[in-house]
Design a protein around this ligand. Sequence first.
Ligand SMILES: *[C@@H]1O[C@H](CO)[C@@H](O)[C@H](O)[C@H]1NC(C)=O
Ligand SMILES: *[C@@H]1O[C@H](CO)[C@@H](O)[C@H](O)[C@H]1NC(C)=O
Ligand SMILES: *[C@@H]1O[C@H](CO)[C@@H](O)[C@H](O)[C@H]1NC(C)=O
Length: 455
Amino acid sequence: MARSLDIILFVLCLAILTPTLNANKLENNEYWTEQRPEFDSYWQERAKVAKQENKAAYFKDPYAISGNFTASISEIIAVKEKGRNLGGLKDDGTCLATNPIDRCWRCDPNWANNRQKLADCVQGFGRNTRGGQGGPIYVVTDPSDDDMMNPKPGTLRYAVTRNGSLWITFARSMAITLQQELIMSGDKTIDGRGVDVYISNGAGITIQFVKNVIIHGIKIYDIQVRDGGMIRDSEAHYGFRTKSDGDGISIFGASNVWIDHVSMRNCTDGLIDAIMGSTAITISNSHFTDHNEVMLFGASNDYSEDKIMQITLAFNHFGKRLVQRMPRARFGFVHCVNNDYTHWEMYAIGGSQNPTIISEGNRFIGPYNKMLGNDLINSKEITKREYTEESEWKTWQWRSINDEYINGAFFVQSGPELKDRPFSQKDMIKAKPGSFVGRLTRYSGNLRCRVGEPC
Ligand SMILES: *[C@@H]1O[C@H](CO)[C@@H](O)[C@H](O)[C@H]1NC(C)=O
Ligand SMILES: *[C@@H]1O[C@H](CO)[C@@H](O)[C@H](O)[C@H]1NC(C)=O
Ligand SMILES: *[C@@H]1O[C@H](CO)[C@@H](O)[C@H](O)[C@H]1NC(C)=O
């Protein structure tokens, strides 16, 4: 009994918290109170199963996994430093893959006939994600989204609610406006390579209590709150959903999620939020702009089950007109490696409740000081500990290793130092890995791949 009521108890816990200062809906008690009716017996069962799966996806030694990923990057950089050609890379300009994830597939001129190979390329905490690999290809032919309960065959909503593994592609370029949140079932890949797929001006994507989802090569922007109603979430079930939260991608109690080469901007709530014990997630090669609260990992100070949250952010470009939360983390372990932080207004990386943050080989370009009325706004500090005294946060492990700081940006470190990181082998590379970030992230966001050519 206790277990099946976990969710409800969690919601009740939140309901008695005092309201926070944060605008994110997920941190808002009323939002949670409204969400309560959604957890019917079907979802409670799904939550139970997901909880086991999330536990199974958790890595007991996150330092080893993150160190392994770092090693694979420093290998590439070291080779580059010595001026040698890189294995797997062509020098004739036809294949421009610059990082270990891209190298794995982008140079293959036959990628379009070999789409499912992509699933072998993920690294970091999401490394076991295979999405729809092994399943049939499903081609979306119809951009409409008119029937929430019985989606028309050929639509994206039809595809993501089917049983079993499915690798979802698109017959042509299309703009899809989701009338309500798109609730995905597990073992799916959304693969927008070769065409332009825009998801915009409607609801966003929800990955709730499922595992094994890849989202690759699409653009998501101008996502809005939608009213909810009866929505199909799988072949065998539909149910009542309250208002969607306005996230671009909402990861809720899910594991093994890989988001790669996605461009995102201007959603009503977060661009990507991962909450409720979600884990084994990699967000890579993506491009983010025009947004206030970019990524929230863990929504509640009381939900310590978010300790199992393990997330890798790699080769992303945090770009123009971003304000804060890249990410804002609670409890979990975030490995932030080789991202390009070129714009933030308030801070880049923040959190509370003792999250572990390993920031490695990133480039941070601090914002210029600004006048706001009579006040001088100086936001050059990369980090922010929310609502916590230094006496408490000084033990949190937030380490910056081989990051590059530009224009006065600085990272306030705390907690135990990390030893034996591959990047720290000084004889291996002279330059800071952070100074390679421009190259490593050059192709972030949605790519324009042509069938029959390296991408
Ligand atoms: C990372 O781990 C895999 C096995 O999981 C191993 O094959 C690979 O060599 C490791 N890479 C590095 C650079 O340590
Ligand atoms: C889909 O899965 C559900 C739940 O496992 C099952 O009841 C249903 O029969 C399946 N549908 C098909 C068409 O296989
Ligand atoms: C952001 O999206 C909203 C719709 O949700 C739209 O009304 C607004 O114009 C967009 N803002 C920008 C800067 O594109």
